[in-house]
Design a protein around this ligand. Structure first.
Ligand code: HEC
Ligand code: HEC
Length: 301
């Protein structure tokens, strides 16, 4: 037990040293280097396999290239990114943060049925969903080298995670009982977010935008109040994560979500079975059909 703990602790300190090294390497090239003032006490848990387990040779090189693309997404793939975010703006610590947005185990969770598309999605489809929505950009070729390398990194992060169906239950249901107060949310934003994300949400040298033309688009998961509240509650403020109450996280999520951001023209085709969650900020064709009394359009099996 004790020695297991030690191994775990050693593992995670190796990870942290490597990540710290990476962030130093990337720091000068990146616009949004994470703020450095996080105290050691508040350092969130990282998980996933130690970088020392990255195999040598071509596979290891693909894993490293994949991670580099996720860290410097816009500089590496400018024609696929339409805003000022990078993949790890939301998937913190290169996807290793033990919180909402973690990529550890993600490779084992796909293929997966998702109601937003009403299809069984491959992991490549899911990655491209974030390119189109969260990055307000264009999908990668599914059989190209960039996608291959990104998947190689996600595969590596999923080492030793068993492949099994996702646990049932709706994680976001806990937010259903709250009522959002955007005035209170504005106060939370001013007190806890402005210093990094800027008074008008446009981002600063230390943090990316949270609304406006350089942010994620309306079709992104983060544009849903419950998703944003869950992310903010676990991860923000970046220097003091976990310090907001549920109500504060929900209010500030509603405040952020109330601001304009890029459109996603295909959004009306989402949730084609008419089962969009209540915090989706736009009407879908299926929901309109449903409220007009027409049966939901049957979809291909
Ligand atoms: C604006 C925030 C944001 C950005 C930027 C972003 N994502 Fe996401 N991503 C999300 C959210 C929110 C989810 C859903 C997370 C959940 O349900 O736990 C998600 C889910 C995913 C998943 C599926 C996770 C799972 O457990 O099923 C993958 C894979 C993924 N993103 C990859 C990417 C990649 C690759 C990029 C860059 C091209 C990217 N994301 C950029 C917010 C973002
Ligand atoms: C100390 C600086 C800091 C503070 C304070 C802070 N953030 Fe962040 N936030 C960041 C950084 C840095 C990132 C991106 C992490 C990365 O790129 O590694 C981020 C990412 C985000 C994201 C996902 C990416 C995006 O820009 O859409 C959201 C949403 C967000 N923060 C909301 C908030 C909210 C709401 C608050 C206030 C409760 C807050 N943040 C407070 C630094 C901060």
């Amino acid at each position: 037990m004790g020695s297991e703990h030690q191994v775990l602790r050693r593992r995670s300190s190796i990870v942290r040293v490597v990540l710290f090294g990476l962030s130093l390497l990337g720091g000068c090239a990146r616009e949004h280097a994470p703020a450095r003032d996080r105290s050691a006490a508040a350092a969130p848990a990282l998980h996933g396999p130690a970088d020392s387990l990255i195999p040598p040779g071509p596979l290891g090189a693909a894993i490293q290239r994949g991670r580099a693309l996720l860290l410097a997404t816009r500089d590496s793939l400018p024609s696929h990114v339409g805003n000022n975010l990078r993949c790890v703006s939301c998937h913190l610590d290169a996807g290793r943060r033990h919180a909402m947005g973690s990529w550890v185990g993600v490779y084992a969770r796909y293929p997966q049925y998702r109601p937003r598309s009403a299809t069984v999605e491959t992991i490549e489809y899911r990655v491209n969903d974030c390119f189109r929505r969260s990055m307000n950009g264009a999908p990668l070729a599914v059989d190209g080298a960039e996608m291959r390398d990104i998947i190689a990194y996600l595969w590596f992060l999923s080492r030793d995670v068993p492949i099994e169906p996702a646990a049932p239950g709706n994680r976001l249901q806990q937010w259903a009982q709250l009522t959002a107060d955007t005035t209170a949310g504005a106060a939370v934003y001013a007190a806890s977010c402005t210093k990094c994300h800027g008074p008008t949400g446009q981002g600063t040298a230390v943090a990316p935008p949270v609304w406006g033309p350089q942010s994620y688009n309306i079709g992104a998961g983060m544009a849903r109040i419950r998703t944003a509240a869950a992310f903010i509650k676990e991860n923000m403020p970046f220097d003091l994560p976990g310090t907001l109450t549920d109500q504060q996280a929900f209010d500030v999520a509603a405040y952020v979500s109330a601001h304009p951001r890029p459109d996603f023209p295909e959004k009306m085709h989402d949730w084609p079975n008419g089962d969009a969650p209540p915090d989706v900020a736009y009407p879908t064709l299926a929901a309109q059909r449903k409220s007009a009394g027409a049966p939901a359009k049957p979809h291909a099996p």
